[in-house]
Design a protein around this ligand. Structure first.
Ligand code: HEC
Ligand code: HEC
Length: 315
C-alpha cells in the first residue's frame, strides 16, 4: 500500500512537471511569433498609380538604380564583378529582372525611399554607428517623390515575369543567395559553383568565394550560415516567420527582412526544403518503404503457416 502511494506521488509530480513546465521551457527555447501573411502592415500604404514609361527613365537615370544593380532582361550588365561589388557594398546588389514579381509592392516602395527602414536593420545604421546602408535612399528627381517611386515600381513590375512562373531556385537566388550558401546544391554566395575540369580552377573559385565571404562578414558582423540543413533543423513555422520578420525571432540580428510576397517566400522555403531532402531521396524512401511492407507481409504469412504446422500435432 505504501509503495502504491509513493508511486501515485511520483506519477503526480512527473505529470505536473510535464504539463506545466515543459510547454513554458519549450516556449522560451523555441520562441514563436504569429504569421502576418507577408503583409508588412508597419510600412505606409501605397496610394499612387505608377507609370512604367516614366519609371524606366528614373530607374535608368544617373545615380539611380542601375549605378549599382544589373537588370538582365533590360540589357543592363553589372557595373562590376561580384567580388569587387562585395568589397564596395558587402554583397552583390541583386539583379532587378524579377524584383517586381517576388517582392511585395508596399515593401518595394518603402525600400526605395529608405532601405534600412524597409529592411528592418535601422539599428545597425544609426547616426552614432557612423555607418550608412550600402543602398542609398532615393532622394527624388524634382517632382512628387511618392509618384516617382510608384513609377519605378510600376516599371519593375512591367519587366518582371508573371509571379507564378518564378521558380523556387530563382526566388532563392534573388532573395537569399547573395548572403547564404547552400552546400547541398553547390550554391555559393557568388552563384552556383560550376563543375571545373581542372582542380586548379576549382580552387581559384573557392578562394574567390572565401574573399567574398570575408567582405560579407565585415558587412553583416558574422558569416550568414549555410542553409543546407536549416529547414530540417528548424521546421516550417520557424523558417516562414523568420523570413517574414527576423527581428521578431532574433532581436538585434543583422539579417534583413527581405520583403518577399507570400508566394515567393513559400518558393524560397520550397527550395530549402528540397535541398535538405531532395525529391529523389524522398521517392527512394517511399519505394524502400513499400518493399519493407511487402517483406513484412510475406514474413508474417510464413510465420503463421509455420505456427500452424508446429501446433497442429499438439491440439
Ligand atoms: C549605391 C548602390 C545602390 C543603389 C543606387 C540602389 N541599390 Fe538597391 N541594393 C543595393 C545593395 C548593396 C543591396 C543589397 C543590400 C543587402 O543585401 O543588405 C540592394 C538591394 C536591393 C533590393 C533587394 C532588397 C531585398 O529585399 O532584399 C532591391 C529590390 C533593390 N535593391 C532595388 C533598388 C532600386 C529599385 C533602386 C533604385 C531606386 C536601387 N535598388 C538603388 C545597392 C544599391
Ligand atoms: C543581407 C544578407 C542576408 C540575406 C539577403 C538573407 N539572410 Fe538569412 N541570415 C543573414 C545573417 C547575417 C544571419 C545570421 C543571423 C544571426 O545569427 O544574427 C542569417 C540567418 C539566417 C537563418 C538562421 C536563423 C537561425 O537562427 O537558425 C535562416 C534560416 C536564414 N537566415 C534564412 C534566410 C532566407 C530564407 C533568406 C531569403 C529569403 C535570407 N536568409 C536572406 C543574412 C542574410
Amino acid at each position: 500500500m505504501k509503495e502504491l502511494k509513493i508511486l501515485a506521488v511520483v506519477v503526480f509530480f512527473s505529470l505536473a512537471v510535464y504539463i506545466l513546465v515543459e510547454p513554458i521551457a519549450h516556449g522560451v527555447m523555441h520562441k514563436t511569433i504569429d504569421k502576418q501573411g507577408f503583409a508588412y502592415k508597419d510600412l505606409p500604404d501605397v496610394n499612387k498609380k505608377g507609370d512604367a514609361t516614366r519609371g524606366k527613365d528614373l530607374v535608368m537615370g544617373a545615380g539611380a538604380c542601375t549605378g549599382c544593380h544589373s537588370i538582365e532582361v533590360a540589357g543592363i550588365a553589372p557595373t562590376m564583378d561580384a567580388l569587387t561589388a562585395s568589397s564596395s557594398y558587402g554583397v552583390v546588389p541583386p539583379d532587378l529582372s524579377i524584383a517586381g514579381a517576388i517582392y511585395d509592392e508596399r515593401f518595394l516602395h518603402a525600400l526605395i525611399k529608405n532601405p534600412a527602414k524597409a529592411l528592418d536593420v535601422e539599428h545597425k545604421f544609426t547616426p552614432d554607428s557612423g555607418k550608412m546602408h550600402p543602398m542609398s535612399s532615393f532622394g527624388g528627381a524634382g517632382g512628387d517623390i511618392d509618384q516617382e517611386i510608384a513609377d519605378m515600381v510600376a516599371y519593375l513590375k512591367s519587366i518582371a515575369p508573371d509571379s507564378a512562373s518564378v521558380t523556387p531556385t530563382q526566388a532563392f537566388e534573388n532573395a537569399c543567395g547573395r548572403c547564404h550558401e547552400v552546400r547541398y546544391t553547390n550554391w555559393t554566395q557568388m552563384g552556383e559553383k560550376p563543375k571545373f575540369k581542372k582542380e586548379r580552377d576549382s580552387l581559384i573559385y573557392d578562394a574567390n568565394v572565401l574573399d567574398y565571404q570575408d567582405n560579407l562578414k565585415k558587412y553583416m558582423g558574422k558569416l550568414p550560415p549555410d542553409l543546407s540543413m536549416k529547414y530540417g533543423a528548424r521546421g516550417e513555422q520557424f523558417m516562414s516567420t523568420f523570413v517574414e520578420n527576423p527581428q521578431g525571432l532574433l532581436h538585434g540580428t543583422s539579417m534583413p527582412r527581405v520583403g518577399l510576397n507570400a508566394e515567393s517566400a513559400e518558393k524560397t522555403l520550397q527550395y530549402l526544403h528540397d535541398s535538405y531532402e531532395p525529391q529523389a531521396m524522398r521517392e527512394e524512401r517511399d519505394r524502400t518503404g513499400l518493399w519493407v511492407m511487402g517483406f513484412l507481409l510475406i514474413l508474417a504469412s510464413v510465420a503463421y503457416l509455420w505456427k500452424r504446422e508446429v501446433w497442429k500435432d499438439l491440439h
